[in-house]
Each structure stands twice: as structure tokens, then as C-alpha cells.
Design a protein around this ligand. Structure first.
Ligand code: SF4
Ligand code: SF4
Length: 126
């Protein structure tokens, strides 16, 4: 019997990144939490047991962050978002406290409040 191979496209962008040292691949679940949460269906379970999901159609990521929020190990770095540079770069005028961002002269400061209900309330690892 021939060995089954899975081919995934080369990622043109890396909006979502996994740390294989932290991500368990959700081995007890039929579908990893982040895969299930992805609204663009661009993640698939890794056929190799215990390895991070595979990213397919990387260009279709809409930066929603649902995959990160669904992961119980996200705060340890299992999965992270790389936001586009226009979202990432910001600076603060120390004198006035005003924030600046590309294409946006005075955006509100970064939102550091936890999501309603707190961080990852339903996603305790089994
Ligand atoms: S939910 Fe977290 S631990 Fe599970 S596969 Fe996704 S990134 Fe890995
Ligand atoms: S950020 Fe949203 S669209 Fe992108 S992989 Fe995560 S859940 Fe899917």
C-alpha cells in the first residue's frame, strides 16, 4: 500500500503561526479548536498526530483572530497572529499621549481589555 501524502500550498502570507513546541494539535479532538473556529476554513487538522494544524489558503485569512481566541494554549504561544504592518506599527507621542498609526492620525490606544467573559473561559484543556 502506498504511503498517503498531504500537499499544502506554500504560504504566501503568514497571518497565523503555530509554535510546534507548545501546540499539541488538540490530539483528543476530532477537529482542533482553532480549525473549528476558523471562519474562512483555511486550517486543517494535521494528519501527523500531535502536530500543529496546516494552513491552507493562507491569503484568505481575514485577521479575525477567532483561531487564537479558541486555543487554550494561545497565551503560552501555541498560535499567534501576525497582523498586517498597517495594523502593527503605531507610536505614541510621550508629551501628549496621542497614538499614531499609518493612515490614521489619532487612533484610539490599543484595546487591552479582556473579551467579555474573560480570556478563554470555555476552553479549558480536557
Ligand atoms: S487549538 Fe491551540 S493547541 Fe489546539 S491545535 Fe490549535 S493551536 Fe494547537
Ligand atoms: S484569523 Fe480568522 S480567518 Fe485567519 S486563520 Fe484565524 S480564524 Fe481563520
Amino acid at each position: 500500500m502506498s504511503e498517503k501524502k498531504v500537499y499544502v500550498p506554500v504560504e504566501a502570507t503568514k497571518f497565523v503561526e503555530f509554535d510546534p513546541k507548545v501546540c499539541t494539535g488538540c490530539p483528543t479532538l476530532e477537529e482542533p479548536r482553532c480549525v473549528k473556529a476558523c471562519r474562512m476554513d483555511m486550517l486543517i487538522k494535521n494528519p501527523e498526530h500531535g502536530k500543529p494544524p496546516l494552513v491552507i489558503y493562507s491569503d484568505e485569512c481575514c485577521d479575525c483572530g477567532c483561531c487564537v481566541h479558541a486555543c487554550p494554549r494561545a497565551l503560552q504561544g501555541a498560535i499567534k497572529m501576525n497582523y498586517p504592518i498597517s495594523e502593527n506599527v503605531r507610536w505614541k507621542d510621550k508629551a501628549t499621549g496621542k497614538h499614531y498609526r499609518i493612515g490614521m492620525p489619532n487612533p484610539p490606544p490599543p484595546n487591552q481589555r479582556p473579551p467579555s467573559g474573560g480570556w478563554y473561559p470555555e476552553n479549558k484543556e480536557p
